[in-house]
Structures are given as structure tokens and as C-alpha cells.
Design a protein around this ligand. Sequence first.
Ligand code: SF4
Ligand code: SF4
Length: 471
Amino acid sequence: MVIPSKKFKPTPFMFPMLCKACGRCIESCPQHCIEEGTEVDPVTGLTPVVVDLEHCNYCGLCLEACPEPKGLMPLPRGLDTNDMVLSDPFTFFDEERDRRPTPETVPDERVPLPALEPMVLKGTHASAIGAVLGGCRHFFGYPITPSTEGAELMANLLPDLGGFFVQAVSEVATANMLYGCAGAGQRSMTFTSSPGFSLMLEGISYMIGAELPAVFVNVMRGGPGLGNVGPEQGDIKLVCRGLGHGNTHALVLAPASPQEMLDLTMEAFDLAFRYRNPVIVVGDGYLGQIAGRVTLPDHLVKPGLPSWAVYGDAAHRGNLHTSILLNEPDLEAHNRHLNDKYRRISEEQQRWDAHQTEDAEWLIVACNTPARMAQGAVKELRERGIKVGLFRPVSLWPFPVDGLTEALARKPRVVVVEAGSGQLEDELRMALSRRGLAPPRIDHVQRLGGVLPQQREIVDRVAALAEEVVS
Ligand code: SF4
Ligand code: SF4
């Protein structure tokens, strides 16, 4: 006995005006129900296909073949072809959306963790663990030294957590995979290093335009070009001012220890979803590789699902993410909306660490690994009786100008220490200038090409400058 299938078999339907005449459905139909059209549609100027369902077996292959989101579709239940023909294609999909359930946010859960003994972790591993604790379940990336160990650990961890690890064919593909994953409301990330990060910029610009969240950990290495695998801070300008074309900004966090690699990467996911924007964590090659004592947080995040996600259920299916706004006033309004968001981030997310700045006559400004050398220099210089403090920006964009202004209240002389040619210094100058403040005299210690400034040269530089002032 043949038991008739109770499976719903959809009837194909298409508004001719919305057919792009690509012909894929013609090739897909085993019953030859679909033919090239002969009538030019007066609205589109295209020639839509003609569907005749007399021999249709409702296999649905044409529905799968049609690449157009509003092309061939299953006839909605309860409607027949005549109803549809009388519908206005321009309003049908809006009405269809109105009939859908409203997408709702499934909130993240904060799950307490037991207190554990501190561990010794290298920076990239600490960052990967922070990502998982922050709810990241999907990784896309392309290996590049000195960030690869982070990706390698994610490849080990994510499959057991129900997530995906995908080694993309390139960094360009990586950024676009992150776009898709973020569009589905999922927490995703990549590890990369300077030349790889450069290749992701187009995708990052699209993500910022479409307001999609993901975390990019850029373990900076020597440049320009291929450079080398030594530590540098040559991407500060890129992450703060050059995230692809257009009006783009992302919150940029600069850890200075394996502990901060974990903490800031974990928090980066919350921030990315709070502002619906990529977040960049910039380390340097040394920070990625050194091991340090790391204490795990007291909780982990079990990710929920935002209402805006394009997720595979009826409620979320009507969502759309795009950065395509071809009408100039629409695009201008969108950019104003982005600017409002950037302003909010600038007000809410300035982060810094001020060390012995209260009485400082000399202020060293440094971030990432150079800040560690600078902290040692502060100690040594204080022992010699020179009043030195350290101002460490933890957010590079927005630059923590509120904290800097406080640290400059006693008018100390400033020495910027960086593994770069003045990119941090430029951010500092620009932040003060935008605040309407004249920059103080600024001296610097700079090393390049994968060489870090050493404690000895910072001490010698500040001591020599202090000597000049006295004499
Ligand atoms: S449902 Fe199957 S048989 Fe019917 S038109 Fe589509 S491809 Fe052809
Ligand atoms: S696949 Fe879709 S868009 Fe292409 S011809 Fe068929 S109905 Fe039209």
C-alpha cells in the first residue's frame, strides 16, 4: 500500500515584475514547466520567464534554484494563484512581513563560574579563551604569524561548543564570512596580523555600514608590506582612522598583558553587540607570544539572539541587513545615524590607566607592550628622584582624552613611547586638538621594524630631558 505523503508541497509562484530573467529556474525544472519569456516587462525592461504548472510535480527545485529573494516563491498557504495575481508586488512583501510574528530578543545569559587558580597563558591563547567566555561560537580566519595560535585554539574549542571553525581561502573571504555570521546574530571573530588585517578592510567597512558586530583581534607585526613577524604598533592609524572606505569607526581596545588580552577580548563581544559595530582588539607580536598569569572571570556569557538577526525562523526572516543606500539623502541620514553612534561610543567608552600621574612632572604615554617597558622606566626614574607618571590609553579609538586632560592638569612634559613612527602620538595630538586644547611639548622614543623600545632607552631619554630642564 502506498501511503500518501503528508508533506506540504509548495506551489511555485512569481510576480513577473520581480523576475530578473536569469533562467536558472528553467534549467532546474525536470518537468519543463518554465520557459524563456517573450514579453518585455514594461516596468523593469526585462523579459520574465513564463511558468505553466500543468505538468508540475511540485518538487520545489525551481524555488531552490531562484537566487532572487523576491523571485520564485512558494504560494503562501491559504492563498491561490488568483489572489496573488491581484496582489500588488510592491506591497505584497510588506503585508507578508506584517503577517509574520514579531522577532524578539533572546537575552544573553550570565553564567557564574567557580573560582579557579590562576593559569599561565600566552597572549593569543588568553584572547581565544576570552572570546569563548564572551559567547563567541564561530571563527573565520586565515593563519598569519604571530596570531595563528589563537586561531588554532579556537579550532580545538569551538566544535565541542556547537560552533564552527572555518579556515577561509583568504582574509577577504574571512571578513565577508564574518559579515554573514554576524548578520545571523551570532558571535564570531577572527585572529589576524597586520598584512592580513589590511585585506579585511573592505569587509569591515561593509559591516560598519550594515551595523553588524564581530571582533577582530589584530596582533600587529612589523611593516610596511609583508614586513616581519616582530612586534610593532604600525596599525594604530589604520584601526583608528582607516577602517575601509567611507565614514567608518570601530571601538579599538589595546591590551598590555595576557590578562587584558582575555578580559578585553571577552568584553569586546558585549561591546560589539551593544553598539552593533565591529570591535578591534590590537595587540602586538610580543604580547601575542608572551605568557603571563591570567585569572579567569567569575562568569561566562551564554549568547542569546538579537531581534535584528536574520535567523532561520519565521519571525526573523523578514529582517534585512544592507549598507546599500543608493539614494543620497538616505545615505546621508544613515551616516548621521552612524555619527551619533560614534559620538555615543566616544562619550561612553574612553578607557585608560593612569599610573603615578598625580604629582608627575613628566608623563610617559604608551600602550600595548611598550607600556610595560614604560612602567619599568617610571619605577627606575622615580628611584632617581624624577617625578614620572605613565598614562596608558586602553581604548585607542575613542582616544581617552578625558583621562589625558586630567593627567595633563599639572602641565607635565610628555614623552610618547611607541613601537612605531608616531601614530600613537598623532592620535594624542588629534584628540587634544579636537578638544580645543593646545598640545604640550611632546618628545618621543620610537623604535621601528619589529624592535620594541627598551626600558633603558626610555630611562635615558627622560633623564636626559630632565637634565636639560635643570641646566
Ligand atoms: S516545482 Fe518542480 S516541477 Fe514544478 S515548476 Fe518547479 S521545478 Fe518544475
Ligand atoms: S530563477 Fe528566478 S529570477 Fe531567475 S528567471 Fe527564474 S524566476 Fe526569474
